[in-house]
Design a protein around this ligand. Sequence first.
Ligand code: PRP
Ligand code: URA
Length: 211
Amino acid sequence: MSDLKVNIINHPLIQHKLTLMRRKETGSKDFRQLLDEISMLMAYEVTRDFPTKDIEIETPIAKCNAKVLAGKKVAIVPILRAGLGMVNGIINLIPAAKIGHIGMYRDEKTLEPVEYFYKMPKDISERLLLVVDPMLATGGSAVAAVDMLKKRGAKSLIFMCLISAPEGIKLFNEKHPDVPIYTACVDDHLNEHGYIVPGIGDAGDRIFGTI
Ligand code: PRP
Ligand code: URA
C-alpha cells in the first residue's frame, strides 16, 4: 500500500454514505442518490487546489478585488455505463463543465476492457479532464480510457473513483504516473472474478437496476 500513489478522500460524510452504498439491501434509487452526493463531496476536495485570480468587481456597496477561477476549463469524462452515476453530483459544482463519454465494458471472461463509444468536446487538449468511474478494479478500463484520451490529445487529466483495489491503483500508477487518482476508499483485494472485496458489487447494475 505504501508504494501506491493515491489520494484518499477520507471525509466522514463520504465514508458514512459509502457504507450505506455497500449494504446489499440498498436499492437502486438510494444507491444513485448516495453516489450523486458522494461525487459532489469528492469534487469539492478534488477541486481544492484549482488556481484563482483576482478581478475587480463592484458590489452594491463598493469596488473590490475578488477571486474567480483561473485554471483550465473542465470536461467531465464518465466511463460508461457506471461513470454516468457520478456526473450529476460533479456538474452541480462545476456547471460550466463540458461532458465527454467513453463507452467501455469489461469482457466477463478475459476481464479485458472493450471500447464501444467515444465522443469528446473538440478542445480536450486545452481542458482539464476529470475521468470518472465508481470502480477501479484491475485498472484495465481506466488505463484504456486514459490511453485513448491521451492518443486524441488530452494533456491534463485526473482520475476519480469511488472504490479502488490495490491491483488497479498499481497498474494505473505504472501506466499513467502523471495522472493523479482520487478515491473514497482503497479496499482489500480482487476476487477470482475481478470484483473488488468487500466492494459494492457491480456498480453499473446497482445504479441502473439491471441485476
Ligand atoms: C465496471 C466499472 C469499471 C470497470 C472496472 O464496468 O464501472 O468501468 O468495471 O473494472 P476494471 O478496473 O477491472 O477494468 P463494467 O465493465 O461492469 O461495465 P458497466 O459500467 O457497463 O457496468
Ligand atoms: N466492476 C464493478 O462494477 N465492480 C467491481 O467490484 C469490479 C468491477
